[in-house]
Structures are given as structure tokens and as C-alpha cells.
Design a protein around this ligand. Structure first.
Ligand code: GLC
Length: 691
């Protein structure tokens, strides 16, 4: 390769679309518009890289007028299924739909730990736990790459908040970082082998993610031996020196020119190389990493893939929505009895029109287009992406289909008084509540917007048989929770969400989702009841000290003896499960086997979870394993789990190794992080391992 050819692979430019309406002459005419274009090297048979977003489907923010794709449920919904095989199918779907449009890089694998329930992008992510996050993310990556499309994992690292993300310094104890967000990335990269890693916008301990020598050269490429390439986020390359810290490719270069005054890996990097600032060995390494991943994943054989089976993909979206819905509470109102002919009031949440979806670079235009797009706006660069999207899957219509003998009326839920009247006329009142969340914005609190709490309270006061269905991208506070009969968390349920919600309400589907994120009673239970400088103007440098370290989510609640509103791993069923006969093994790690029995009267799926509950000198709570088990009534299944040794260990940064302390360890099998049912203990000899 010539140096010119080498440098040509190091810059990705955005196609013209809603987010950046300026065509870039570096993109040849006829190239399918995308999040980034990197020219190929025809002389050497190196195809161009065409990158598309994201992890919930192939997006199209104006790049390709009229083009639509399967709009999957939120990452939290997929995670709530606790079903790695389903995550693999979701990845395959995305890979096929990307390939059919000529894309060979999918900017998926969004997997930052959900540290803060206000984080607008949690709907794109997976969970608050490293193991669940890594398991789901890795399977999604494998599914995408199996189709010959490179997947990323992102945003490396500690992009746990959105507000002022370009100017946010995320501070954390380095060892705690290795035991939490970095452990999730480490396990996901081991298991999924993503061709690329995307660095985050924020700083970590003072250095921008793309310029973070410790995290890229030290941990990712050094300790973990990662052989793929590191790309920047869009407009997140503050200078050519990022190449010395380990960044291999600048993406969204036009935004760098806007934010930092110039693109970084174009002329500035070439000049640095000419002046000896960038060694030729490093230039070759940057290029080799990109080419290696292209060949490892098979994009060198890239061609436009066949038209995917969109009906089959529609079915996958439905299955994820069904498996991801979490029945949080049920005092008998659910399932609705289809044989009866109840009067049902369906209230609010645009339930007549569709279901909510999150906003930002992961938003997918569904087949047939959105049912509605409500511009929300706000401050800063991301305000243009801030919309309430409604996917055309109406819970109201779907309920009418599944309950043909019921008399169902719709009330828009515009105000408490009118909604209460509708509730009084009904046997059952089902209130839908939505919250528009997404990229670039953290919620100011956890409350439902637009007066929905008051509507729910008024309906509950008018009808004791009130059911609440939430379509949100995060936990929400529920001041009305003790006065309603049942609560369903449907997340952003994707293009078939209305049907999945109706099937669970009508009992056609037995709910089986389990919470991938803790629902606190209120923010007072979290490490940061108030974000620092909550009213700071957009563009102001801020710092968040993630002093909780690795005690993210349920681990924080366990350490502080707090009782959440709904715990990590929680979810009810229309049947009942029991756990029996725990047998433990000890050696280099802990193994456990136990039986799960469906002792109810209908088929259903359960997700028994194995937790570490104490280690020498400490009480703790760490998910060591889980398995989703589908059982007919009366059936029993034996489950076996072997813990990843790092989950039993602490990271010793001084020695650069993991350490399992010698002594006693206790574990428990639970239906959630707090509903622990079988317990046992083992002795471990203790050892040091890994890097
Ligand atoms: C966005 C996101 C990133 C996305 C990229 C391309 O700002 O942070 O997740 O893949 O830019 O759209």
C-alpha cells in the first residue's frame, strides 16, 4: 500500500441526511447514504466501508428517502428476555438488513452499563450488570457478523450519562472500572469478537476516550490483546494525537471540523507523519487493524446481500417484545378473561395510534413509516433528533382483536377528570404512559411527563381494577403504585409492540421478562440524587464522579441495604416456579446446579439467577449466571451454571491481575436480586489470574 492508500482508510465521513444535510464530495455519487463512508482501495480489492447505525435496526435519518427497516424493541427489552439466543437472532436480522443495503459495518453493540436511570440512552443499552450486558451484546455482535457485516461494541467507556457528553469527565477508580464497565466490554469482546470498538464522547479520568492511552493502548490493546480497530464516535476526535493513544480511525470527521476546528486524521495526521510525530509502524498498525477485521468478518467478499425475509424479521421483533415485557405487579386484574365481555377503558399513551420508541442515532423508521413523529427539541447539537416517535402498532386495535367480546373504549388521557369518567364506565381501566427518552439528554428526574401521573392516580381512584402499561426507556417513579391493580413494563416494544402488549394483557402470552435495571423508589436511593450542575448550559465542562465504582444498580442497593421499588431480575408470571436441590462445586471457580419446576397450571418461562452473596470479608451481590427456562405445567429442568472467575475476584491494578481471595463464599439462587430462595457456601483456595 502507498501512504496515501493507508491514510485513506483512517477517516470516515458522514453521508448527507437529516443530521448533516451537507453532501460531502468525498462520497462518490450512487453510494447508499450512511453514517460513514470510508473509501476502499480497488487496486488491492479492498472494498469501501459503509457504516450504518445501529443496535435496534438499520436506521435512515434522511439518508435514503423512503427506505424503512425492522424497528426492534429497545435493548432493555431484549435484555429483559435474558435470552442470548434471541439476541443472536436480533443480530442476524440487523446484519441481513444492513447487507441488503450494501452496508458492511453496523454501529451496534451499544453496551454501556445503565449506571444512571436518568441516562437518555439506556433504552439502547442492555443492563446495569456486566455479565448480562456482555452476554446479550456478544450474541448480538455474533449475529450481525455472521452475516458478513462488522459490528462495533460501544461506547468505550463509561458513557453513562448523556447531558453535555462532549464535555463530561467521567471519574472512576480504575480497579472498579475494570470490575464494571470494562469487565462488560472485556467479556463481550472475548465472546463476540467485534471487528471494531467505538470510543465514547466523554473523558475518563481526565482524558478523552479517543485520546485515552490507558484505556486503549493499556487495557484494550495491551491487557486484552484486542486486534480489531478503534473508531471514534462522531465528532469525538479532538486531535491527531489520538492516534498515539490508540485511536485507529476518525469517524464523523465533518463534526470534528465543527467542534474542534479541523478534522484530525486528514491533513494534521499526514503532517504529523511527515514530521515524525506519527511513526510509520503505528500508521501500518492502524491500517492493519482495519483490514484484519474486514477479512476476519468477511467483508472483503462484501456484496449487496439478498432482500431479507421481512415477515420473518417482523416475527423476531414480536418475539423480543413478548419476551421483554415485565409484569411488575399483579393483584389479580391480569390476565383479562377473554371469555368474559368486560367493559374496558383504554386510556392515554397514544394507545390508539401506536407505541413509543426512543430518539437519537438508533431510531429506526419502521415498514410503512412512523405512525407519528412529535418534535420535542431542546438545547444543543442533539436537539434535532429529539422526537417522540410512535411505531404503527396500536395496543387499542390489538386489544380489540384479542378480546372480540369486550366493549373497549378509548380515552386520550389528556386530563385526570375526563380519564376518570372513562374509568368509571368500565370494569377494567388500562392506562398507557409514555416517556420520550434518547440520545443527548438525561432525564431531569424519573417522573412521567405531561401530567400522566395525575391521570393514572385519578383513574385508579375511579376504578380499583386499574392496569398501568409503561412504554418508557428507563425506570420511572410510580407515586400511584399502591393504588393500581397491575403494572406492566413494556419498554419501547418495537414495531409489533402493540400486539405483544395486548397478548400479555389478554393472557395469550405468559409474561416472562425480568428487569435488567433496578427500579428505585426515587432518585434518593441512587448514588447521585442530583446530577452535578444540573442546570449547567449546554457546552459547559462537567465532571461526574462515579464513586459507586463497581457497585452499579442492584449491587449499590445491596451494599447499602436499600429496598428498591422493583429489583433487578424481578418479573412476575401467570404461573409459578420453584427452585430445588442446589448442588455447588468449587475449584478455580464456583459451579452450581439446581432444578426449576413449573408448579402452576400453565406453561411459562422463568429466569432463575445465581448470585454471589458474600466473599471473604465482604457481603456483596453479583450476578454469576442465569438461564431462561421454558416449562410446561408440572415440568422440571436441571440448570447448571459455572461462574466466570472474574466475577468472584477483585482487580488489583497495582499487580495488573485479578485476585480471588482464599476463604468462604456464599451463593444463592433467586427470582431476582432480592428474592433469594436457595443458598449454599463453598471454600475457595484463592488465586491470581488474568491481566
Ligand atoms: C452518534 C452516537 C453513536 C452513533 C454515531 C453515528 O452520536 O453516539 O452511537 O453510532 O454517532 O451516528
Amino acid at each position: 500500500m502507498t501512504d496515501d492508500e493507508r491514510f485513506s482508510l483512517l477517516v470516515g465521513v458522514m453521508g448527507a441526511g437529516e443530521l448533516w444535510p451537507v453532501p460531502d464530495e468525498r462520497i462518490p455519487p450512487g453510494v447508499p447514504m450512511s453514517a460513514a463512508y470510508v473509501p476502499g482501495i480497488p487496486r488491492l480489492g479492498v472494498p469501501a466501508l459503509l457504516m450504518s447505525d445501529a443496535g435496534l435496526g438499520v436506521t435512515n435519518p434522511g439518508y435514503r428517502p423512503g427506505d424503512t427497516a425492522t424497528a426492534l424493541p429497545a435493548g432493555l427489552a431484549l435484555a429483559a428476555s435474558f435470552d442470548p439466543a434471541l439476541a443472536r437472532e436480533a443480530g442476524g436480522l440487523i446484519g441481513r438488513e444492513a447487507r441488503s443495503r450494501g452496508f458492511n459495518v453496523q454501529l451496534a453493540g451499544a453496551m454501556n452499563l445503565a449506571r444512571d436511570p436518568r441516562n437518555g440512552r439506556n433504552f439502547e443499552y442492555v443492563s446495569e450488570d456486566p455479565l448480562l450486558t456482555a452476554t446479550i451484546a456478544a450474541e448480538s455482535v455474533k449475529g450481525i457478523q455472521h452475516e458478513g457485516v462488522i459490528s462495533t461494541v460501544k461506547h468505550y467507556s463509561l458513557n453513562g450519562n448523556e447531558t453535555n457528553r462532549h464535555w463530561l469527565d467521567a471519574v472512576i477508580d480504575p480497579d472498579a472500572h475494570r470490575e464494571s464497565d470494562l469487565l462488560a466490554f472485556e467479556m463481550a469482546i472475548e465472546r463476540g469478537a467485534p471487528g471494531a470498538v467505538m470510543a465514547a464522547y466523554n473523558k475518563i479520568n481526565g482524558d478523552y476516550a479517543a485520546a485515552n492511552d490507558v484505556l486503549i493502548n493499556g487495557v484494550l490493546k495491551g491487557a486484552w490483546g484486542y486486534r480489531g480497530w478503534v473508531m471514534s464516535d462522531w465528532g469525538a476526535t479532538p486531535g491527531w494525537e489520538c492516534a498515539l493513544a490508540g485511536l485507529d480511525q476518525e469517524c464523523g470527521a465533518q463534526i470534528d471540523a465543527l467542534l474542534w476546528g479541523s478534522e484530525a486524521f486528514g491533513d494534521p495526521l499526514r503532517a504529523a507523519h511527515a514530521e515524525g510525530g506519527l511513526a510509520s509502524e503505528r500508521l501500518s498498525d492502524m491500517v492493519r487493524r482495519i483490514l484484519r477485521s474486514m477479512f476476519a468478518v468477511g467483508v472483503d467478499r462484501a456484496h449487496v446481500g439478498p432482500a431479507p425475509d421481512m415477515d420473518a424479521h417482523n416475527e423476531i421483533a414480536l418475539r423480543i417484545a413478548r419476551a421483554g415485557i415485565v409484569l411488575l405487579a399483579n393483584r389479580g386484574a391480569l390476565p383479562l378473561a377473554p371469555e368474559s365481555s368486560p367493559r374496558i377503558a383504554v386510556i392515554g399513551g397514544y394507545a390508539h395510534a401506536g407505541v413509543a420508541a426512543g430518539y437519537g442515532s438508533a431510531a429506526v423508521v419502521p415498514p410503512g413509516g412512523y405512525a407519528a413523529v412529535v418534535p420535542i427539541g431542546g438545547q444543543g447539537l442533539e436537539a434535532g433528533m429529539r422526537n417522540l416517535y410512535l411505531l404503527p402498532s396500536s395496543p387499542l386495535s390489538e386489544l380489540r382483536e384479542r378480546l372480540p367480546r369486550a366493549q373497549i373504549e378509548f380515552d386520550p388521557g389528556l386530563g385526570p377528570a375526563e380519564a376518570a369518567m372513562a374509568a368509571r364506565r368500565a370494569d377494567v381501566a388500562i392506562v398507557f404512559a409514555v416517556r420520550a427518552e434518547g440520545e443527548g439528554f438525561d432525564g431531569a428526574d424519573l417522573s412521567l411527563p405531561w401530567g400522566q401521573d395525575a391521570v393514572i392516580a385519578a383513574v385508579a381512584a375511579a376504578n380499583p381494577n386499574t392496569v398501568v402499561v409503561l412504554e418508557t426507556g428507563n425506570p420511572v417513579t410510580m407515586p400511584w403504585r399502591n393504588s393500581v391493580n397491575a403494572i406492566l413494563q413494556a419498554w419501547y416494544p418495537g414495531q409489533n409492540g402493540g400486539r405483544a402488549i395486548a397478548e400479555v394483557l389478554a393472557g395469550v402470552v405468559n409474561p416472562s421478562g425480568r428487569l435488567p435495571i433496578t427500579f428505585p423508589v426515587d432518585l434518593g436511593q441512587t448514588p447521585r440524587p442530583e446530577l452535578p450542575d444540573p442546570a449547567t448550559p449546554w457546552g459547559t465542562p462537567t465532571t461526574i464522579d462515579y464513586f459507586e465504582g463497581a457497585d452499579v444498580g442492584y449491587r449499590w442497593f445491596a451494599k447499602r441495604g436499600l429496598a428498591p421499588m422493583f429489583a433487578f431480575g424481578h418479573g412476575l408470571s401467570y404461573t409459578r416456579f420453584e427452585y430445588r436441590d442446589l448442588v455447588l462445586g468449587a475449584g478455580d471457580t464456583i459451579s452450581a446446579s439446581f432444578s426449576v419446576a413449573n408448579v402452576g397450571d400453565r406453561a411459562g418461562a422463568d429466569v432463575p439467577q445465581l448470585y454471589l452473596t458474600s466473599a471473604p470479608g465482604e457481603r456483596c451481590s453479583r450476578l454469576l449466571g442465569f438461564e431462561r427456562v421454558e416449562l410446561e405445567p408440572g415440568a422440571t429442568r436441571r440448570v447448571s451454571i459455572e461462574a466466570d472467575a472474574r466475577l468472584l475476584a477483585h482487580y488489583d491494578g497495582g499487580a495488573g491481575t485479578w485476585r480471588i481471595a482464599p476463604g468462604g463464599y456464599t451463593v444463592a439462587v433467586g427470582a431476582s436480586a432480592v428474592a433469594l430462595r436457595l443458598a449454599g457456601g463453598v471454600e475457595l483456595a484463592g488465586r491470581a489470574f488474568g491481566r
